[in-house]
Design a protein around this ligand. Sequence first.
Ligand SMILES: [Fe+2]
Length: 394
Amino acid sequence: MKDIDKSKEQLLNELFGLRDEVRSLKLSVIDLKLVKNELKEKKMLYQAIMNLIPSPVAIVFKKDLNFASWNNLFLKRFNIDEEFVKNNKILALLSDRAGRKINEALSSTKPPDKLDIHYVGNNGNETKFKVNIKSVLYNGRKSFLLLFNEEILNKEEEININLEKKIQKQNVELKKVVDQLQKEIIERMQAEENLQSSFDKLSRVLEEVVNALASSVEKRDPYTYGHQQMVTQLACLIATEMGLPENQIEGIRIAGSVHDIGKITVPAEILSKPGRLTEIEFMLIKEHPKAGYDILKGIEFPWKVANFVLQHHERMDGSGYPQHLSGNNILLESRILSVADVVEAMSNHRPYRPAWGLNKALDEIRKNKGILYDPDVVDTCLAIFKNEKFQFSI
Ligand SMILES: [Fe+2]
């Protein structure tokens, strides 16, 4: 009986012992939970502190330079996400040059406290960072805490670098524009040269046409030999003295050279007939301005040459022919030609009369100044002869 009691007591003791052990295990589980919670809180606190640091911060393991930890600013500044840092080493973030530099620094036996690196962003902009390096233990592994300080002073440098890049880009574009412009200028100059050459060619053709026309009338009418040329010379001098522009004078020169071209339609016998003309013969001769107009109107001169010729026998008071125009209705070029024509015709001999001489010719225009002839043209012509600026060569 005594033995049985003893066994009971022993069993109870064992039971109590087991109970205590269970109790202490329960306590350990509770402790573990507490520790776990504490650890979790510490981790959150640690991350919160990391995020409070006003610079990009990352912790990398010394062994493989994989990311161990980082703050939000680090992700933001380098424009990356959690996925990137979880799957990449820090070297993936940097250019080859900066990567080599940081790799060398962190694998050396005595890593530096600070390191300058150049970071090139996706937009090509370059930023200089001063990286603070601190050796730390992270989860018991040797690691480095890297704190990235963007060099504020070098902002200016960054701006300069970016500005220089922009200028280089603009220079390239500018060069393209200049090259294009030069090409266009050369093409335009070439076109102008061609145009000038065509114009010169056309002028020569016109000159030849005018010469051919002028000589055709003079061959049939030897008494007016040189008449057209002398009228042209005098008319051009009057125009020059009146201060007319060169281009207008050129029109007068062309028209003067052919102003009697219409006479090729008048029978040669009438043109070379000595003595007085009959009324019918004179009427035929009076047709020559209109005939000249008809010949010349088909040629595209840069001046109204056909009209200048048509009106060279018109008079200021309307007594001329063929249209009986008066005053300023008669073209200035024709008013000049008419005065030169009369002065030359009267100065030299004609088949039907001897030469009246220059003085008589000048008397005629002086007397009829403002009546038959343009007063300004007459004054200019009289001044030319008074000052002996001109004399008829035949
Ligand atoms: Fe005439």
